[in-house]
Design a protein around this ligand. Sequence first.
Ligand SMILES: [Zn+2]
Length: 65
Amino acid sequence: MADNTLKGRRMRGGVRPSKTFTSGRVCANMDCDTKLSQYNRREHCYAHAPVKFPRVRGRIITEGT
Ligand SMILES: [Zn+2]
């Protein structure tokens, strides 16, 4: 084996620390204490995230039936 194989070489500039956002945030909803992931850029938890649900002809979808 040759001696000049990759040996203990530091990768410079190649590996960046993953972006993290402020930790310890909670849902923007006043009554909600759900913690948000520091990787989650949203201000609300999944339950309170402004999501538009598609309308299904004004009918309520019943589960399981
Ligand atoms: Zn919430």
